[in-house]
Design a protein around this ligand. Structure first.
Ligand code: ATP
Length: 315
């Protein structure tokens, strides 16, 4: 469905992509992961014909990005990192406008409108101006607009960026749902999202692919030489999520803290550490607070720790 061959991109003298190649089969949901500046957006913008490669080619559903731009764009639904939504437009008008831009046949308009409104759960906001919607709803509108023309492939650039944990879970569920019918390529920093939704992860760093496998295989491949670990913790506290995150981030050797879920005073947290056994330090810290620990489990290997090991020193 997508065949990328030796894709190279220079910005002036700077080589942002160093001849990457990969294949994506029909029906796959593939996550493209990498630290800031790795080349994720550049790759996605080339595949969607918004940027020319310096060298190489990509064949999208049989069409080359080099000489069949119009048909490539028809095959793809693209949600850029910051989707250009029109705040004064109501959701309905925006979807009609996107259908128009994509030259969707009039006879298919009603059916497609009903489908995207339904799958993206937009019914209750359909007449509202986009500017009045929450970030989560705006992202749903962006997704709905990007697939109004029924593309075979969805390319989503950091679709959960800036969303709160509940909205992230919702968009993750939506991507899974869409993946039942479409081939999906999604870039993200949220690795738990890749583990939960993607059948494959392509890890990219400094313009090169450094790993390409199922999340499970990646985790087990690196099981023996990975010195970092993750801890899943459930706590009870009245501190808000930002405060919890900040306090835990200050513990020595912790490099990342994610609040996975929360309801009132219960917070489910993932904590990532450079140490093989981070629980001692975490416990000592929690003892100095009024938090109550409901659960604390070490997870030796997951995609986050693999990712950290592979890209260590590059962030
Ligand atoms: N228009 C541009 N001109 C010059 N350099 C650029 C341009 N766009 C991107 N770059 C550089 O190319 C590299 C790859 O950028 P890209 O945006 O593809 O990375 P990314 O993996 O998407 O990062 P992020 O997660 O921060 O969005 C970075 O070093 C970036 O500074």
């Amino acid at each position: 469905m997508i065949s990328v061959k030796n894709l190279t991109k220079y910005y002036g003298d700077f080589q942002a992509l160093k001849g990457i190649s990969f294949e994506i089969k029909s029906g796959e949901i593939v996550g493209i992961l990498g630290p800031n500046g790795a080349g994720k957006s550049t790759t996605l913008r080339i595949l969607t014909c918004y940027l020319n490669p310096s060298d190489g080619d990509a064949i999208i559903d049989g069409k080359s990005i080099l000489n069949d731009e119009i048909n490539v764009k028809k095959t793809i639904g693209y949600l850029p990192e910051s989707a250009p939504l029109y705040n004064d437009m109501c959701v309905f008008d925006y979807l009609i406008y996107m259908a128009d831009i994509q030259e969707l046949e009039k006879s298919k308009l009603n059916e497609r409108l009903n489908y995207v409104v339904d799958v993206c759960s937009l019914k209750e906001v359909i007449s509202k101006p986009i500017g009045e919607l929450s970030k989560g709803y705006k992202q749903r509108v962006g997704l709905a607009g990007s697939m109004i023309h029924d593309p075979k492939i969805l390319i989503l650039d950091e679709p959960t960026n800036g969303l709160d944990p509940n909205q992230i879970v919702e968009i993750r569920e939506l991507i899974k749902e869409l993946g039942k019918e479409k081939t999906v390529l999604v870039s993200t920093h949220i690795l738990s999202e890749v583990e939960a939704t993607c059948s494959r992860a392509i890890i990219i760093n400094k313009g090169d692919i450094i790993a390409d496998d199922t999340p499970r295989n990646l985790s087990s491949t690196f099981a023996n030489h990975n010195k970092s670990a993750a801890v899943k913790m459930s706590i009870k506290t009245n501190d808000n999520i930002e405060t919890v995150k900040e306090k835990l981030s200050n513990i020595k050797d912790i490099y990342k803290v994610e609040i996975e879920e929360y309801s009132n005073d219960i917070k489910e947290i993932s904590i990532y550490s450079n140490l093989e056994e981070p629980r001692d330090e975490i416990y000592r810290f929690v003892k100095s607070t009024d938090w109550i620990i409901y659960e604390m489990t070490k997870v030796k290997e997951n995609l986050e720790t693999v990712f950290h090991t592979l890209t260590k020193g590059d962030e």
